[in-house]
Ligand binder design. Structure first.
Ligand code: ADP
Length: 322
């Protein structure tokens, strides 16, 4: 193997830059040429490819986003287009591709190698942590901490005004961000797509607190989930119970910002490991971290298996709520 390429795809996540730096330097140190593909699969299919030197990845370890830019590319779902992409890689003398992205991007990588034989290795880059085969995805820890910083501030207002706040966090169809954030901010309730929730009992306990003459305030963390509008529906229900809930949708603030130390270390370890696996002849795998060990999992499993939300976290949140 003489040259590899890398790209970042799908939603950006804090830690993609340290991953790009680690892959580039790990490969260069082993005498392998490195090419950066701009704008994910959109750049690949038009040959927007530049050689990366060590100096290109200087001073990016602390930066959010991705210097390679990211994109969503509908055209890459077409096998004809994927074949053309493989041709472009061959024309550039590229022997293997490392893809950093979420499960969608990893699905594309799997199909590319299956159909064309181009070796691919994937890295889990998404804030949502909804990727099987790794305890944490690159960007998850930063997103949780970004959300917490905002929610601690909202808590001050909730206490001062004795109000309930519904705070919606990201996570696509999973409650990984919501459950971690909920525990860490001491939420009165966590609403995740994976579990039933009981708004009635929360309203009852708030009313009881008030009847005792106690101030009642609280934070309810709501995962964005598959059904848009859940947070505002919950707000309406709370109003029907006499509450005056505040609503805050944190949105894209959670995707940006300087990666935490945890995400920088994770991205650096996984990036270097991805290069080693690729040079050792492995393909069609994602490199993750499980129990502090580097683990390679077939992309087929990554696509088919769902990462289960730890039920103990949701139970713990309920246990810790007075
Ligand atoms: P993420 O990688 O964060 O899950 P998306 O699901 O939007 O984000 O996927 C990012 C990109 O990966 C898509 O725009 C597309 O280019 C590619 N992709 C996603 N799913 C597939 C698929 N089934 N086949 C081929 N390419 C795909």
């Amino acid at each position: 193997m003489r040259a590899i390429a890398l790209l970042t795809s799908g939603g950006d996540s804090p830690g993609m830059n340290p991953a790009v730096r680690s892959i580039t330097r790990a490969a260069l140190n082993q005498g392998i040429k490195v090419f950066g593909i701009n704008r994910g699969y959109s750049g690949l299919i038009i040959g927007d490819i530049t050689e990366l030197h060590s100096s290109d990845v200087t001073n990016i370890v602390q930066r959010g986003g991705t210097i390679l830019k990211s994109d969503r590319c509908e055209a890459f779902k077409d096998p004809v287009v994927r074949n053309q992409a493989a041709e472009i890689l061959r024309e550039h003398g590229i022997d293997g591709l490392i893809v950093i992205g979420g499960d969608g991007s990893l699905s594309g990588a799997h199909l590319l190698t299956q159909e064309t034989g181009i070796p691919v290795i994937g890295l889990p880059g998404t804030i949502d942590n909804d990727v099987y085969g790794t305890d944490d995805t690159i960007g998850f820890d930063t997103a949780v901490n970004t959300a917490l910083e905002a929610i601690d501030k909202i808590r001050d207002t909730a206490i001062s005004h004795e109000r309930i706040f519904l705070v919606e966090v990201m996570g696509r169809n999973s409650g990984h961000i919501a459950s971690q954030v909920g525990i860490a901010c001491g939420a009165e309730m966590i609403v995740v797509p994976e579990y039933e929730f009981n708004l009635e009992s929360l309203c009852f306990s708030l009313a009881t607190q008030r009847a005792r003459g106690e101030g009642s305030s609280g934070i309810i963390i709501v995962a964005e989930g598959p059904r848009p509008g859940l947070t505002s529906r919950l707000a309406t229900q709370l109003e029907e119970h006499g509450e005056k809930p505040g609503v805050c949708i944190l949105g894209h603030i959670q995707r940006g910002g300087r990666p935490t130390g945890h995400d920088r270390v994770l991205a650096s370890c996984l990036g270097a490991a991805a290069v080693n696996y690729m040079l050792a002849g492995f393909s069609d795998m994602m490199i993750g971290m499980v129990n502090n060990e580097i683990v390679a999992t077939n992309l087929q499993d990554i696509i088919e298996k769902k990462k289960v939300l730890n039920p103990q976290l949701v139970e713990l949140a309920q246990l810790l709520h007075k």
